[in-house]
Design a protein around this ligand. Sequence first.
Ligand SMILES: Cc1ncc(COP(=O)(O)O)c(C=O)c1O
Length: 401
Amino acid sequence: MAFENKRAAGIKSSPSMAIAMAARKLAAHGRDIIDLSLGEPDFEPPPHVAEAACAAIRKGRVRYGAAAGTEELRQAVVDKFRRENKLDYGLEEVMVANGAKQILFDVFLATLEPGDEVIIPTPCWVSYGDIVALNGGTPVYVTCGRETGFKITPEKLEAAITPKTRWLMLNSPSNPTGAIYSQEEYRALGQVLARHCQVLVISDEIYEHILLTDVAFISFAKACAGLRHRTLIVNGVSKAYAMTGWRVGYAAGPKALIAALNKMQSQSVTSVSVVAQAAALAALTGDQSFVGNAAAIFTARSKIMADNLAGIDGIDFTPPEGAFYAFVGIERLLGRKTAAGEVITDDTVFASHLLNEFGLSGVPGVAFGAPGFIRLSIAASDRELEGACERLAAMVYSLGL
Ligand SMILES: Cc1ncc(COP(=O)(O)O)c(C=O)c1O
């Protein structure tokens, strides 16, 4: 019996989750697996986070919360934008949801009419397109290659806009490429957007604090102040404070849009767990040294990857500017044969051979709309990263011509 409607049937489960599950299954059967498929920090949040959650429980702060988030947490979000991004938002211009992911869900649910288009530059995070499609929109993917630093250019943006375009989806630093848009690049995009008043912008800034070089981060709303009334900033505590499982994200944007998102929340999840909100409040208002320390750890790991990957012939790798992924080009290896005679036809076959024969789990580029790549998370120990590069090298050298 078929249970799914057409909309659900057209959606795939998260490919990175699927690979991680396959890796876990092999590990459970005793295989030595290095799993670099999932995008989450491999350390604990700062201790005051858990303490705040426990204190909330002890004090009995466990009732239903407001759809937009607790007032304390929203105030902390307002303060964060002022402190870190030099952006002034009022309490009614911010909201809190179950992760950045739910904000995206809320926004497309609340704003898209059937067939409305959302421009998504690729490579992009695996979930954007499916969240758009689930909410009746049409994802319009725009391929952005190595030659433009994996970023959308004003020309490509102009060419992609149609009367049906409702949103442009930006993500800097990017998952999977680690690319960061500069102020000038954003302003050039802003000039195009200024000519198309119906187009709104989502700026996914979830990796804002994971900066691996001296390339600076700037919020789209800061770079293009004139477009602030059409911009929704999406962020959260998952990556900055290693709080992926707490499920707290936040957004800032025009009051009427935030009110629409809150309406979606109130009729779906009611609110984010108030215990998780107490933890996120502690993260945003407590000692911030964790954030810089984590970025320093990721920077050192990124260097390990760059040093080790530089020695492997046949792959193409540009070290990331931000986030915590190595996005490795394997296009030159396609068409080669494994020792057993199997042809590596694409990145999916490459990733499955890498996992099954060499015990290294990464996500094929096709999942990010970028075939010919494999994404390796660098959120792992130095030893695991060195081991991962050895395994990748072993596979590459095992491939005949
Ligand atoms: C680019 C990007 N945006 C959003 C998210 C979702 O973050 P959250 O845990 O806040 O839902 C992720 C998680 O991997 C991501 O990589």
